[in-house]
Design a protein around this ligand. Structure first.
Ligand SMILES: Cc1cc2nc3c(=O)[nH]c(=O)nc-3n(C[C@H](O)[C@H](O)[C@H](O)COP(=O)(O)OP(=O)(O)OC[C@H]3O[C@@H](n4cnc5c(N)ncnc54)[C@H](O)[C@@H]3O)c2cc1C
Length: 152
């Protein structure tokens, strides 16, 4: 999902960077875009797979919140509040590319994103909404993590 969406966006950026020439068949970018775009739909539509992944993450978040230990791939949810407060030890440009620190930074980003949407799901189900309907209502946030939360 991440790879195919970003690749498609990069092809479009290249086309725009060439201005009017980007449209020319000599540049090859219009045909490349058309050929590549299908990667975001076949073998599973990206938006749907993103929502399925989000649904799984909310499920893991809610389990972790109830004290059920989560597997390594979502291990950042086990101590989510502590992970959210993590501050990067990087002091120099070289420090930023250290793999261990990068992974910790991604943990911190994911902890914020998943707990925000997870809490939205918790609030919806606490108020009036069935779990499945709440997943649908959280759908926008799941398929686009930077979308504003659904109003309660
Ligand atoms: C070139 C090509 C070859 C293919 N080959 C095969 C093949 O060999 N075998 C095979 O089985 N299939 C094949 N497919 C089918 C492919 O798997 C489907 O097209 C793909 O999974 C998307 O499903 P759909 O077309 O039903 O779109 P839909 O699921 O109808 O999606 C249409 C749009 O609605 C959105 N949407 C749908 N549901 C929701 C929701 N709940 N919430 C928010 N948005 C939603 C989607 O994000 C998408 O933007 C092929 C498709 C193409 C284009």
């Amino acid at each position: 999902m991440f790879g195919s969406w970003n690749c498609l966006s990069l092809i479009e950026q290249c086309r725009q960077a060439l201005g009017g020439h980007g449209y020319s068949s000599y540049a090859g970018l219009a045909a490349l875009y058309q050929d590549f775009a299908v990667q975001c739909s076949w073998e599973g539509d990206n938006t749907i797979m993103m929502m399925q992944t989000g649904r799984y993450l909310i499920h893991c978040y809610r389990e972790a919140k109830n004290g059920i230990r989560q597997p390594t791939s979502v291990g950042y949810l086990n101590d989510v509040e502590m992970t959210k407060k993590r501050i990067s030890p990087a002091q120099t440009a070289q420090d930023i590319v250290k793999l261990d620190d990068l992974l910790k930074a991604y943990d911190c980003i994911c902890a914020h994103l998943v707990s925000d949407v997870g809490e939205q799901h918790v609030a919806l189900t606490a108020h009036r909404t069935e779990a499945d309907e709440a997943f649908e209502l959280c759908g926008i946030a799941l398929s686009s993590p930077f979308a504003p939360p659904h109003p309660l």
